[in-house]
Design a protein around this ligand. Structure first.
Ligand code: SAM
Length: 351
């Protein structure tokens, strides 16, 4: 990791970076949020996300941590204010803490508002204090059920107790936590009250997510899909849901639950898409930039990144890609649409 800039080094030469034009797409949306899948590998096999026998990328195709740092920093120079590391499972990438330490220099310089990650929580007991020491303040942890047997069935390989230990370690380290749960018909649809009580009781936010048609998973997604419009209506029979303007820079719309005082978010790409306010792009661990989670179009940033030590080629490729950012996605889940809307899995693009 010798080449990664130390977080105590002076910030990037901002005089230079301020000359770079901010990224604005053809629909006038400013791109201020980058999600980076740092690895396609994961220690879980959530059935709606991956097939059990996934083939992972050969190591040579994957960007080094130094290259990921350069890539992220090129976006920060262009006005990205929020970086989310995801995957696969970001905390299973070898030496991931050195990348987080390096990227934290942009927090120190004020160029970045937030450095965060989405994790399955399996490695949090080990890494939580270090994350906090590098300026990470908030993380998302994915927990779809509080029933250990169902948890095993959904994740195939995960242990709920280990994840809960990780969550406790993260809270002890001072990290704020949002729990993400994918709403799954028949599987966790009768557990949302319990998830609300648990998360809000522990001072965490909860966000429910509609399952998206990404990648072949070896089963029919129609069987899992649960529209959140329906979930919200059912919750409103038991809880007082008060719309609030709270925003985290992501796509969730939030309510406060009067009975708990906690926040509940809804991510509804199918019943109510959120494309008009999209401020995000995603880059994979191979340096492929996806301008939309729900479209196939992509730009290769690895070739320009590796072609020279300077960032001119890379910045030109980023400009060209942002000029193609589409207006939105066209997710559909029903019995006439058997194939996924996009062929790649969520673990490739990063959730
Ligand atoms: N391993 C990390 C984790 O579990 O949070 C980060 C990557 S995971 C792909 C990110 C999020 O995407 C998780 O909350 C997961 O439940 C969600 N996800 C995966 N596949 C999805 C799909 N097809 N539709 C909706 N959400 C999905």
């Amino acid at each position: 990791m010798a080449n990664l800039p130390d977080r105590h080094e002076p910030a990037l030469p901002l005089g230079n970076s301020l000359l770079q034009a901010p990224l604005v797409d053809p629909f006038g949306r400013s791109i201020t949020y980058l999600r980076v899948s740092v690895t396609d590998r994961c220690d879980f096999r959530c059935f709606y996300c991956m097939a059990e026998d996934m083939t992972f990328l050969p190591k040579r195709d994957v960007l080094s941590l130094e290259e990921l740092d350069r890539l992220c920093s090129a976006f920060v120079e262009r006005g990205v204010r929020k970086l989310r590391l995801t995957g696969g499972e970001p905390l299973v990438r070898k030496n991931i803490m050195s990348l987080i330490a390096a990227l934290s220099r942009h927090l120190g310089s004020g160029a970045l508002d937030e450095l965060t990650l989405t994790t399955n929580g399996s490695q949090l007991s080990r890494y939580a204090p270090e994350l906090a020491s590098h300026g990470v303040r908030r993380i998302n942890v994915s927990v779809d059920t509080l029933d250990p047997v169902k948890f095993k069935a959904i994740t195939r390989w995960g242990e709920l107790d280990k994840v809960k230990d990780g969550i406790r370690a993260a809270q002890a380290a001072g990290l704020r936590i949002k729990i993400n749960a994918v709403a799954l018909k028949d599987l966790n649809e009768h557990e949302f009250d319990d998830l609300i009580r648990w998360t809000h009781g522990e001072g965490m936010d909860l966000t429910l997510i509609e399952t998206m048609p990404l990648g072949e998973i070896g089963s029919d997604r129609t069987d899992q899909y649960l529209p959140l419009s329906e979930v919200r209506a059912r919750l409103a029979e038991r809880w007082t849901l008060v719309d609030i303007p709270y925003k985290t820079g992501g796509p969730a719309r939030y309510v406060e639950i009067a009975e708990t005082g906690g926040r509940l978010g809804f991510i509804t790409p199918l019943t109510h898409n959120f494309c008009e306010g999209c401020n995000r792009v995603r880059v994979t661990c191979t340096g492929t930039l996806y301008m939309c989670l729900g479209q196939e179009d992509a730009a290769d940033l690895r070739a320009p990144l590796r072609a020279s030590e300077g960032d001119a080629l890379l910045q030109a490729a980023i400009d060209e890609a942002i000029a193609r950012k589409p207006k939105g996605h066209d997710f559909v889940i029903d019995r006439t649409h058997r194939k996924p809307a996009v062929s790649r899995h969520m673990s490739v693009t990063g959730g």
